[in-house]
Design a protein around this ligand. Structure first.
Ligand SMILES: Nc1ncnc2c1ncn2[C@@H]1O[C@H](COP(=O)(O)OP(=O)(O)OP(=O)(O)O)[C@@H](O)[C@H]1O
Ligand SMILES: [Mg+2]
Length: 305
């Protein structure tokens, strides 16, 4: 997969002195769905605003589909649709007028068939002539997405698209984003809902204090970083762990259950080591339960490290 956005050593210090981005380097692959996670104030919006040319960088280079965002600003901006964190629509306009106007701002010829399809895809077609003031919050958010896509951009940035959106609508929006992705749109979203990243993303980036701490394929991340806890219920109670089991970093709970916590990176012992040691010690067990870390557990560990 080729890269559609290349960010090299991007730094941003606001006039207030706040260093919001520190030498961030990141490549976004064409056609992927990239989720950017990070706590409040991490620099997610600043990163998006800088790539979209709304905020000036302090240092670094950004190219979008081959166009430098400073030297070829117009061409670069044309590649991008942006759904900002705050809803910014004229409440007395209608969805139809909004998308047509937004398209014209990019100097593109009229294409009502495309806009009709777009509104249909976002379940807004039957609301097209209603004043925005009469639409619900979730509908307004979808109008923002339609507006961002009116000029047929190759890349869509969504800054917390589902903040404050109820579960049902959030799932509907995930579906709509998947459809856009299958139509070839590259999607970069920020979110505080970690299950959103877990559900949708191909790759995940974690930003903290302006630094990109990690970029990883979602499945690799979960495999590499997630820890497992195994609970082994013993058949007979045990007053303490026998000496030969001590090196396995086990915990004895209520004299009846052995807890084994392991991480594929930190090793070195495996569940098989534990079970064979139990057998050697003639400790019979009646049940084994495993719990796996979620992406949320991994995120919290990384950000608090
Ligand atoms: N216009 C601005 N002037 C000065 N400082 C700013 C400005 N915008 C953002 N900042 C600061 O830059 C840092 C990063 O802010 P940013 O909005 O990028 O974070 P974020 O990751 O998007 O947070 P959130 O999850 O709350 O949206 C914060 O310390 C913030 O206070
Ligand atoms: Mg933000």
């Amino acid at each position: 997969m080729s890269d559609i956005i290349t960010i090299k050593n991007l730094s941003k210090a606001y006039a207030s002195g706040v260093q919001s981005l520190c030498t961030v380097s990141l490549s976004i692959r064409s056609g992927e769905l990239f989720a950017l996670l990070g706590p409040n104030g991490a620099g997610k919006t600043t990163l998006i605003s800088t790539v979209c040319g709304l905020t000036t960088r302090t240092n670094g280079q950004v190219t979008v589909n081959g166009y430098d965002i400073y030297h070829d600003y117009r061409a670069a901006r044309k590649q991008i649709g942006l759904v900002p964190q705050e809803i910014t629509i004229d409440i007395f306009d209608t969805p139809w007028k909004t998308v047509r106007f937004s398209r014209s701002l990019f100097g593109l010829p009229r294409n009502d068939a495309y806009l009709k399809d777009l509104l249909k895809q976002l379940s807004l077609w039957d609301k097209r002539d209603q004043k925005m003031i009469t639409l619900s919050g979730g509908m307004k958010r979808r109008v923002m997405i339609a507006k961002a896509l009116a000029h047929e951009p190759k890349i869509l940035f969504l800054d917390e698209p589902t903040a404050g959106v109820d579960v049902e609508l959030r799932q509907a929006m995930w579906k709509q984003l998947q459809t856009l992705k299958s139509n070839g749109v590259t999607i970069i979203l920020t979110t505080h809902y970690i299950e959103e990243a877990e559900e949708m993303a191909d790759r995940i980036g974690i930003l903290n204090n302006g630094r990109l701490m990690l970029v990883e394929d979602k499945h690799t991340l979960m495999k590499k970083m997630s820890a497992k806890t195994v609970m082994i219920d013993l058949q007979h109670p045990l007053s303490k762990l026998p000496e030969p089991l001590r090196h396995l970093s086990l915990e004895l709970l209520n004299n009846q259950c052995i807890k084994f916590h392991y991480n594929s990176e930190t090793g070195p012992h495996t569940i098989a080591d534990v079970l064979s040691s139990l057998q050697t010690q003639k400790l019979a067990y009646v049940d084994i339960r495993t719990e796996q870390d979620s992406l949320e557990d991994i995120f919290v560990r990384l950000v608090n490290a």
